[in-house]
Design a protein around this ligand. Structure first.
Ligand SMILES: [Zn+2]
Ligand SMILES: [Zn+2]
Length: 228
């Protein structure tokens, strides 16, 4: 019994030592692998954690039940390693994970119209033109996002007002919130910054149409100002 225990201890020590360089292990090292398991080497290939010779000696000198138990233990570890690699890869590349990280949501005041924008929000501009002032009640800050990045829920509750030949403006039919500035033939659309739920993770970059701004306020934030 003592001899078996000694052999077991030696075998455990051999498994923990780095393998010597040789034909079966030209790099002479072991990489922990993505799953953090010592059984994984680079490129996620599986190699026996015990040299074949050691397995042979071990099996020849221990009871059959111990060999079977050892084989089963190895099998469980290998299955676990494969599972770890697969789940780590999925976590790193899953499109759902990427989209959730860069998703921005918003709504009108009453909640009948909700929307989502995927991807980061480009720095918004603040438009002080007469149309924006009258539609929004002040000036209109909006971010221009790719049309394909915008999803609208409750679109049937939106009203579109054609404010010019090329542009329509969308607002909630129930509460009147100004939500969208839509240049119909472009592949992008302006979304009202005030309708987003925080955090927006962006900052206003410029004032435009300042020549038409209201006379009851000053622009003092130091950002660039365009007359148009
Ligand atoms: Zn509403
Ligand atoms: Zn405007």
């Amino acid at each position: 019994m003592q001899a078996i225990l000694h052999r077991w201890v030696r075998l455990r020590a051999a498994r923990r030592r780095p393998q010597a360089a040789g034909p079966s292990n030209p790099r002479g090292d072991r990489s922990p692998g993505r799953g953090g398991s010592p059984m994984l080497r680079e490129k996620n290939t599986f190699t026996p954690s015990v040299p074949l010779g050691a397995v042979h000696v071990y099996r020849a000198n221990v009871p059959v039940w111990q060999s079977v138990a050892h084989w089963f233990q190895e099998l469980v570890l290998q299955v676990k390693c494969k599972f770890d690699v697969r789940s780590n890869r999925q976590a790193a590349t899953s499109p759902n994970t990427i989209e959730e990280r860069a998703m921005h949501k918003g709504s009108c005041l009453c909640g009948a119209v909700r929307f989502e924008v995927t991807g980061t929000l480009p720095p918004p501009d603040a438009c002080h033109c007469t149309q924006c002032r009258k539609q929004s009640g002040h000036f209109f800050a909006s971010t221009d996002v790719p049309r394909a990045a915008l999803t609208i829920h409750g679109a049937d509750r939106l009203t579109w007002f054609r404010s010019s030949e090329k542009v329509r403006r969308g607002f909630c039919s129930t509460c009147g919130s100004s939500l969208f500035w839509d240049p119909i033939k472009k592949d992008w659309i302006g979304v009202a910054m005030g309708a987003f739920d925080p955090p927006t993770d962006t900052r206003r970059r410029i004032h435009i149409y300042v020549g038409e701004k209201g006379d009851y306020y000053d622009i003092v934030d130091g950002l660039p100002q365009n007359q148009h």
